[in-house]
Design a protein around this ligand. Sequence first.
Ligand code: FAD
Ligand code: FES
Ligand code: FES
Length: 1365
Amino acid sequence: MSEKVIEKEEGAMKSSKTCLVFAINGQRFELELSSIDPSTTLIDFLRNKTPFKSVKLGCGEGGCGACVVLLSKYDPLLEKVDDFTISSCLTLLCSIDGCSITTSEGLGNSRVGFHAVHERIAGFHATQCGFCTPGMSVSMFSALLNADKSHPPRSGCSNLTAAEAEKAVAGNLCRCTGYRPLVDACKSFASDVDIEDLGFNSFCKKGDNRDEVLGRLPCYDHTSSQVCTFPEFLKKEIKIDMSLDPRKYRWSSPVSISELQGLLEVENGMSVKLVAGNTSTGYYKEEKERKYERFVDIRRIPELTVVRKDEKGVELGAAVTISKAIEVLREKENGSMLAKIVSHMEKIANRFVRNTGTIGGNIMMAQRKQFPSDLTTILLAARATVRIMTSSSGQEHFTLEEFLQQPPLETKSVLLSIEIPSWLPVKKKNGSSSDTHLLFETYRAAPRPFGNALPFLNAAFSAEVSLSEELNGIVLHDCRLAFGAYGTKHAHRATKVEEFLTGKVISDEVLIEAIGLLKDEIVPDKGTSNPGYRSSLAVTFLFEFFESLTQTNGWLNGGCKENGFDQNVESLKPEAMLSSAQQIVENQEYSPVGKGIVKAGARLQASGEAVYVDDIPAPENCLYGAFIYSTMPLARIKGIRFKQNRVPEGVLGIITYKDIPEGGKNVGSKGFFRSDLLFAEEITLCAGQIIAILVADSQKHADIAANLVVIDYDTKDLESPILSLEDAVEKSSFLELPPPLRGKSVGDIAKGMAEAEYKILGSKISLGSQYFFYMETQTALAVPDEDNCMVVYSSTQVPEYVHRTIAGCLGVPENNVRVITRRVGGGFGGKVMKSMPVAAACALAASKMQRPVRIYVNRKTDMITTGGRHPMKITYSVGFKSNGKITALDLELLLEAGISDDISPLMPSGIQGALMKYDWGALSFDVKVCKTNTVSRTAVRAPGDVQGTYIGEAIIEKVASYLSIDVDEIRKVNLHTYESLKLFHNVKAGESPEYTLPLIWDKLAEFSEFNQRRKVVEEFNASNKWRKRGISRVPAVYGVSMRSTPGRVSVLSDGSIVVEVQGIEIGQGLWTKVKQMTAFSLGLIQCGTTSDELLEKIRVIQSDTLSMVQGSVTGGSTTSEASSEAVRICCVGLVERLLPVKTTLVEQTGGPVTWDSLISQAYQQSINMAVSTSYLPDSTGEYINYGVAASEVEVNVLTGETTVLRTDIIYDCGKSLNPAVDLGQIEGAFVQGLGFFMLEEYLMNSDGLVVTDSTWTYKIPTVDTIPRQFNVEILNSGHHKNRVLSSKASGEPPLLLAASVHCAARAAVKEAKKQISRWCTNNQQEIDLTFDLPVPATMPVVKEFCGLDVVEKYLEWKIKQRKNV
Ligand SMILES: Cc1cc2nc3c(=O)[nH]c(=O)nc-3n(C[C@H](O)[C@H](O)[C@H](O)COP(=O)(O)OP(=O)(O)OC[C@H]3O[C@@H](n4cnc5c(N)ncnc54)[C@H](O)[C@@H]3O)c2cc1C
Ligand code: FES
Ligand code: FES
């Protein structure tokens, strides 16, 4: 980017018509327009041209919220400031002219003091990796600001309600925390919340009264001048006319229709882009890369921003934002058609997209590009019309329906406005005994209830009906039935159904006929995913709309409201607020270890000052890389070229395996097993394999150019690729595993089978993959140093292996390489093996170019090249007794490893470990790890264990269904005794008192009122047709091993302490635990300074592979403990050295000795104040973690939506090193597991190329999909002599507990199936109640299992019943 940035003192310069003027965090910016590329986004500018790095890039498509900033606009006439959030990744820099931007560091920071939002996020333990946190902070701040604008709140709190607080962060993704603490932090400001009802935090202390708690809460004062969102100097400047000469620059902002017209007419032949909010580039990403000669911003034209409401209807200018429309229509209408439209609009995108996305932009995306719009569907049913301006015919008026059906509007035509006509009921129609009533309703079925997800189908219906006593029913006079987003060009009216229904009395018979017609009309286009599901949704919604009209009772009893609009649909979704409870023991024995202290660096993370790899300022001459990857699974690479053979702007080269220097190797990862390639060589081995790194002068140019690369492939004489497990078996394509890694059989399987009274033989289940979805994608920065050395900053969980890989690749001794990692914006296993090629490619490019090279892999490339979890197929036979006790389990597993070893050889032990949570009697375990032509699968949080858990539960469920015994009984009867535990887990089982699972199992029943609630669930299911509930209690067993880990503790001359460990802070709180351990261990010297005071003196610093060697891997859940133990040993050494000094000092002074004087004395005596060590675990370093969860869900039988009503967890943390951190790990892991079991589909095409490669298609949990009630107890299971201060792990094991949600969903679906079997006329359909519910149990899956034709079945049954009567 080449903009000229002129920073001036406030008020020092008059605004100029040649410049953009705006403010960021109160600082004035003036940019010469001629120097700006108008396609520059605000995030590009913020991150590359300003010091404000809190704004993070998580997706670049408006789907994650990491880049959210506050935009403030001043209206000089009304003297009013409007403040709202926007996504800076979609907003164009030029469009913020005259505006003010506030980022998280602008709210507060370490220099001027943190904002109450930052403080409360920290105090509610609501940050882990911290990458999402600045965006969260701004979203929360904006919610507070707007809630308190119109009228001042009660002192100390905000007008924000708890419900609004929940929605404040609904559009922001967080992969770590599980959202609950974030919502609590936000709720702590709300006026209708009692702080004591919120989750574990550092403000409430046991026994405090309310005032004490409130006194401790960081002060919130809405009048505080701490944050001025719109600086005075800018107010003055924008009063001056700032309009630009429209023809002079590539960016113009016309202020009238005629000016716009002029611009569009004269510039014939010129490529022009009309811009409103520019949010469409989040979906049509290629648009970001197109070179337009001119950008015309239409948002300053009064006709396009008008909102008019009168008796004729509502007119909305095309450039009115969706949020503005919501605000205005909500103000004006309550309970009417417009209110329904508003409520639907609130689910479009997310708040920060709605704040800039316009009504017109949305409609144009649908009209021109067939975007699956919500707006067009609802406006179609509302009989909307549009006004457009074309170059040929001037202004024209069309119905929306006509407009949608026309060919795509030419680029220089403009949508001016949209009108929604008033629609009033009429007096008695012919044959009616009442006035007509108007019904209007809208529907959408999407994976996230609050929005931020495109719907599988949306619909909106309007109908005019009246009661006919004569016909004894409700007559439909007129209706509009609009459907959209189901895989069709445009929103579409089901006209045949409309015609059929018009004039009819609504009855079951009529409805079933209408449904028949509808199924022929609403048919998704070929290639659309889940076509059957989408069609069934159309039926569902039609049924929901008309069902209540089949009876006149409801109608007569006031079903139709006064205003003519009926809330005629049974409310199908429970709208309970989030709530939670935590039971936590803060252990005082090793204080400050055991205390729930605030996470190290939490405030810095919230303010956005925490530095991640991509925040390190670019060194001079820095170049940028983007990966070129294969889209073919097995093909010869004939050539790499650019489209049209033109080298794109900014490109400096493409580096392939041929560029590996002499002595170096084409190695991309040197991990646990065989090393992997960095780049494909002559033949690419899988789609998604990295072929090259393209190097350019900016990340934007690199990414654009990489998309313009064409690879010429040739498959001649090559074998067909192996793309499925079946192919692999057929071709015997397996990885060789050393015997100890193959898993082991336990007991005598033949004997176990012989003892069985029943057997299920050859049952099959399968599991798919899961993507990490760390918020910070893979990134590295390589800087060449003297003497052929290379310094690499890498976002990695394994710096040591990155180091080895780079040295191997460059062919240099390892002491020529230095890898530095400070913190990682989320890892989840994805930054173990998969971080190595990223760093190696950067280092290679830097070495070749002799310039620094950085890469920040974009989300799509990251999703395509990193592999994710291992998919697998499982065949099992199980033998059991009539009471459900399993006597033998014979398992055969096929695992998809992808193209190379990665960590795949470790998978069998993970699977088996978690599977052995039950006593299977005897177990035979056979695993084949299949080598396929797909990207190597790798470690994803709880690798293998989560699959093992699922397999165990699927078998238990099958046995229960087979025997028709309650599944909870079957679980219980198969839980291990200590003896059987030892048989299955050997030494890991530890001693008998360590086996806490049976205790937790019973305790959880009490904690969650499990047995009482099971009865309530039964009653609920008996009395509800369309909602079914399930409740399930599931245990988890997770074995871990401690690994050797180095540490160093150094004390500086002023008494401050520096700690180095090679464990990486990836959000799991490692630094916090290490700090606590250091304070505790040094505190044992018992000088006059307390451990708590020492805590304040400790800083844990970045890991540096030359400073500390043999760093091992951060993973497997034990690195925090091991690192803590390493520093504890170091501290013991320091204390030993300091004790004689202390004794002498006490003797000399006769009084207590402070830490600082002790250290000063030690320095005078030249005592070595740095101790390093490597903690080496012995054979007792293996142990098992235990937890139990009970989840209750509600399934919407009509849409397939699953709501997790409540989850209760008890997890054994031993004596937790930090219960706040462990609680965060438990909740966060659980929610990530919930994503695996219920939501996340990581799908490939037939070539093995990942196709769910964006936030549009890959849906991780959001705040609206977590358990509505989420209770966690951290069990303090007392003394564990072989553990680090009796602690246990918490990072991965709780993820397995999310299986409880899946099991509960299965139970609910089973109820739906039972019901449908009752409805099946003539028993023509056998309903299988022993089914396996697939993973993930997404909406389409659940609905399919509940019955795609459930509505038809119900109506047929009802009709039959009536006839029989
Ligand atoms: C993350 C995300 C999630 C979303 N989810 C949903 C959803 O669930 N449901 C849904 O319906 N929509 C959804 N959208 C779409 C969103 O509503 C649109 O992106 C937005 O309304 C477009 O408005 P805009 O002002 O940003 O348009 P722009 O991006 O500025 O413009 C869109 C296109 O229309 C052209 N254009 C704009 N205004 C006019 C005009 N007046 N006349 C002629 N051409 C014009 C532009 O040149 C451009 O080609 C989502 C968008 C994002 C980014
Ligand atoms: S980076 Fe902008 S929303 Fe994700
Ligand atoms: S803390 Fe939210 S993504 Fe890591």
